[in-house]
Design a binder for this molecule. Structure first.
Ligand code: HEC
Length: 219
């Protein structure tokens, strides 16, 4: 190999080495940048809990308003069957659209449930018990937010108390429930435990399951 060939090999080697070196040098910088971006996304547990609480409060408020309006309208019209259907979450497209928008799982649960689908889970039972205990103690009760054991979901609960006599038309003592409604309930819900309530009683609670990553994205 002539000297000039050796030299050109050496130059090519140097160029390749230099370029390789320079890309090597660039890479750690890129990693730093992505790390910085991730740093910005890092949020505290308190931020997550607060945002979940805000969202949960606003969603349950919206659904309750629509629900109260619809059910009293149907009941006043004498549409007992229609009114009974409107106490089911399935009757509200709003629930579906909210669930899709926030990727949440939304339902109501009760220890004395009418619909068998509304039985509380073990975790939900604990929250209901805590509410019952607070009521016995004469304490105020409000929304409760907690991380679920998996760590990737958050549970939002809010008590549902009987706000008015309207509810007793279908959740009161047998004397308060009309014959027509009793017949519908017996047919549709053969194992109905949701009667015998008074105004102010704890009827059950809202139970919303949020995905942590959705909450973090919205922060
Ligand atoms: C016209 C009858 C009717 C009225 C009035 C009514 N409900 Fe209901 N309620 C039902 C029926 C029927 C179900 C079962 C719905 C289902 O299939 O999910 C139910 C279910 C519920 C549930 C879910 C837990 C369970 O027992 O399955 C809650 C909570 C509830 N009602 C609260 C209320 C409150 C609070 C009011 C008053 C604002 C009210 N209801 C008024 C008929 C009624």
């Amino acid at each position: 190999m002539s000297f000039s060939t050796k030299l050109s090999f050496a130059i090519i080697f140097l160029i390749v080495w230099a370029c390789g070196f320079s890309t090597e040098k660039r890479r750690p910088k890129q990693i730093e940048e992505t790390q910085e971006k991730r740093e910005v996304k890092r949020v505290s547990e308190a931020d997550i809990i607060n945002r979940t609480r805000k969202l949960g409060d606003s969603i349950t408020k919206q659904v309750t308003a629509v629900f109260m309006g619809k059910i009293s309208e149907k009941y006043a019209e004498g549409g007992y069957k229609a009114a009974a259907e409107f106490c089911s979450m399935k009757a509200y497209p709003l629930t579906d659209s909210l669930a899709n928008e926030y990727k949440i799982f939304l339902k109501r649960v009760s220890n004395k449930n009418r619909n068998p689908d509304n039985v509380p889970s073990n975790l939900e039972k604990q929250v209901l018990e805590a509410y019952e205990y607070s009521i016995e103690q004469g304490d105020e009760i409000g929304a409760n937010v907690q991380f679920m054991r998996s760590g990737d979901s958050i549970l939002y609960n809010k008590p549902i108390r009987i706000p008015s006599e309207l509810c007793l038309n279908c959740h009161g003592s047998p004397g308060q429930i009309s014959k027509e409604v009793q017949a519908i309930l017996k047919k549709e819900y053969p194992i109905d435990k949701a009667t015998g309530y008074k105004v102010g009683d704890l009827r059950g609670m809202w139970s919303l399951k949020f995905l942590k990553k959705e909450i973090v994205q919205g922060l």
